[in-house]
Design a protein around this ligand. Structure first.
Ligand code: SF4
Length: 727
């Protein structure tokens, strides 16, 4: 704390202590030491004295001890040339302010001084119970104490609306030259009261104690902390009550004293004035203690960031119904207004973590043609670029947050989303279009839901949705290295090196019996979740779709069957799947949902397997296209001989190792082969298969029928021909 700030705090506190001493002496003289004293509607006597000192103050005589203690707490103002670690003194002064203000206001009640009409004065325990529970359980994300009038009515309304939008309760306090922010809001006909979350408490500075001892009663009531256990009470306020102060204009000494009291309780103060020195060290408050924000458009976001308020967006403000009930809904071609991606156009979603100052929370930008400008029934490219920021956000979580886009968008009635990363396919139904659904609502949904589900990590979300061809291509180019980097993180880990795998049941909305088991050497079949993602997702949400699965006793090392995994899968598949083998295509393979990047299928004539990816629309040697195969493989069924997989599984040491692994691969679309050539060659070399294996894998330029395939394999001496029979 700077000398300037500490001096102002001490002078302000001294004023409050003197006022309390004078009023107390006058009251004792007039009414005697035994005169009862109390606040209306509380069981906590004088709540600050009760929580900080353990005293049940019921008489003026008992109050005298408290006021004397204030004087003891009050430090001396620092000398001009002396350097001192001022923080402790500032906090002592804050404690003195809390106790002195409470004494003054209690005596005012004793003297029957009227509360000005339109202000609440002391806040009762009943209101504490009604609203406080929302405050401590997170439904009401926090409260703001606003000191003084704003520089203009327009700014006053703007700040209040920004707080209201986030369900943050505003207490109006203090005045400058007699004017309060309440007057400004009255002039602008803003409705005030508990129902609108805007509560005028008092025109003077002393009334701040009503707000602070209301918060402190939260620690006593909801935290269950004992009277006098000041350390626990203060810690509770800091950790559980997300309050902060906003000051308009230069800060006078008495506001500084109240600010020190707030900071002692863990509540930071944000000032809009350039003359305010900042107090940036953290510890007493979660983050900074006293911060300047001169831009009134940014003052509320800054408060949220500095206090670490976890904003929840209660309603998803879109023109169609929004509920998990719509998650599994399909939009059929005949009901479709427009579609994005799939096989007809490029479409991509990318979520990235950025710095807090790089984005504006809630910003949604739409570029290119919107749904109403696209011809009905047609397909167009789409790019969804989500940026998130937060003090606890880290890039390791990007893949997890990004994978939620699938569920979030599907919960909108009439919007269908499948796939992930650069393989998404979305449809908007005619009914949703007629109800007013447009591309900006993708941003509305993602902003609301990411805040809702990850409020402990994400503080800001911005979304750009584009249908501009060049921008979609640009986003694809930007995203691919990010996707590759996520995949690389897990390289080098082995299944043997861990005793826990992770599950994923995110796709149960479409395939109720489906469970992905993700191991270090086998990623989820959508290709978007690897083992580290599963671990991080569990860290973020311990009750979510990704749970640790203890391997337990090994039943069969060859097929990768474990007792613990079997039990987990049986339980989570609605008792539909009894046995699960991690490395086999033929014996108890994993179930397949509908999100798989690729399908692996047995080609009996070739004694091997083929793989076909979602993007390939041509024929395969088993006489089925990807779409036909997907129809029979998906839905959460366990289908020996057929398996949905992430493409990277091809290069894993555990790739169908029960059936012999990579040497079984006899056919794949040329484009996929070329895209994976380097990784396949590396893996083939590692497996001791010699050079040239990748060229022995057939593709559609060589064979699209089983006979042609077998002929080719014989010609190139493909290893599958000499392996044990697959069937
Ligand atoms: S495919 Fe598997 S890993 Fe991917 S989201 Fe669905 S359940 Fe999770």
């Amino acid at each position: 704390m700077s000398r300037e700030v500490i001096s102002a705090i001490i002078r302000g506190t001294d004023g409050f202590v003197q006022e309390a001493e004078t009023m107390l002496n006058e009251a004792i003289e007039a009414k005697g030491q035994d005169q009862a004293i109390e606040f209306p509607g509380t069981a906590f006597y004088l709540p600050m004295a009760y929580s900080l000192t353990g005293q049940d103050v019921q008489t003026l005589g008992q109050l005298k001890e408290i006021v004397e203690h204030c004087r003891e707490l009050l430090p001396r103002e620092p000398a001009d040339k002396l350097w001192l670690p001022y923080l402790g003194d500032g906090l002592d002064a804050g404690a003195a302010t809390l106790l002195a203000l409470e004494a003054t206001c209690a005596i005012r009640y004793l003297n029957n001084e009227p509360i000005e009409q339109g202000f609440t004065g002391f806040i009762s325990d009943t209101i504490l119970r009604e609203l406080g529970i929302q405050l401590v359980d997170g439904r009401m994300p926090g409260f703001a104490a606003i000191l003084g009038p704003a520089p203009s009515n327009e700014i006053a309304v703007h700040v209040i609306r920004e707080l209201q939008k986030r369900s943050i309760l505003s207490f109006l306090l203090c005045n400058r030259d007699g004017a309060s922010i309440k007057d400004q809001l009255d002039e602008e006909s803003v409705e005030l009261g508990w129902d609108t979350y805007i509560v005028p408490v008092g025109r003077d500075t002393q009334s701040a104690i009503y707000v602070l001892n209301w918060a402190m009663r939260g620690a006593l009531t909801f935290g269950g902390h004992a009277k006098g256990d000041w350390a626990s009470c203060l810690r509770y306020c800091k950790e559980r009550i997300f309050a902060f102060g906003i000051t308009f204009g230069p800060i006078p000494e008495d506001w500084y004293a109240v600010g020190a009291a707030a900071i002692l309780m863990g509540f930071p103060v944000i000032s809009d004035h350039e003359s305010t020195p900042e107090v940036r060290p953290t510890g007493v408050t979660t983050y900074e203690a006293l911060v300047r924000e001169l831009d009134h458009a940014q003052i509320v976001p800054t408060c949220i960031e500095v206090r670490g308020v976890k904003v929840k967006v209660e309603e998803v403000d879109i023109p169609v119904s929004y509920s998990p009930a719509f998650e599994g809904e399909r939009v059929r071609r005949e009901d479709m207004q427009v579609e994005f991606g799939g096989k007809k156009a490029p479409a991509i979603e990318l979520l990235e973590t950025v710095e807090l100052d790089e984005i504006t929370d809630g910003e949604v930008i739409v570029n290119g043609q919107d749904v109403d400008a696209i011809e009905m029934g047609s397909a167009i490219g789409l790019g969804v670029h989500v940026k998130v920021a937060g003090r606890k956000a880290k890039a390791d979580f990007d893949g997890i947050f990004e994978r939620q886009i699938h569920r979030y968008l599907n919960e909108a009635m009439g919007f269908m989303h499948t796939g992930q990363r650069d393989q998404i396919w979305c449809r908007v139904s005619k009914a949703a279009f007629e109800a007013g659904f447009r591309l900006k609502h993708i941003g509305t949904i993602l902003h609301a839901k990411l805040h809702d589900d990850y409020s402990g990590i994400i503080d800001k979300v911005s979304v750009t949705v584009t249908t501009e061809e060049a921008e979609v291509a640009e986003l694809v180019a930007r995203a691919r290295p990010a996707f590759a980097a996520r995949d690389e993180r897990v390289a080098g880990m082995t299944d043997e090196s861990v005793d826990t795998f992770y599950s994923c049941t995110l796709c149960q909305s479409f395939a109720p019996n489906h469970v992905c088991i993700i191991t270090p050497e086998r990623l989820g079949l959508c290709g978007a979740y690897n083992w580290l993602d599963g671990q991080a997702a569990y860290e973020i949400n311990p009750t979510g779709c990704n749970q640790p699965v203890a391997k337990g006793t090994c039943i069969d090392e060859r097929t990768g069957e474990y007792q613990g995994v079997n039990e987990f899968v049986f339980d989570k598949s609605n008792r539909a799947v009894e046995r699960f083998a991690a490395y086999s295509l033929m014996e108890n393979p994993m179930t397949s949902c509908g999100c798989f990047e690729c399908i692996l299928a047995i080609v009996p004539e070739a004694n091997g397997v083929m793989i076909v990816n979602r993007e390939y629309s041509g024929e395969t040697p088993i006489g089925m296209t990807f779409s036909t195969l997907a129809g029979s493989v998906g839905g959460g069924a366990q289908t020996p001989g057929f398996l949905g997989v992430g493409r990277l599984y091809l290069t894993s040491r555990k790739f169908i190792s029960a059936e012999g692994g990579l040497p079984r691969l006899v056919w794949m679309p040329k484009e996929l082969k070329e895209a994976m050539r380097e990784k396949l060659e590396t893996r083939a070399a590692e497996a001791g298969m010699g050079e040239g294996f990748v060229d022995k894998i057939s593709d559609e330029t060589v064979a699209t029928a089983a006979e042609e395939l077998v002929e080719f394999l014989a010609k190139v001496d493909h290893p599958s021909m000499a392996m044990d029979s697959l069937i």
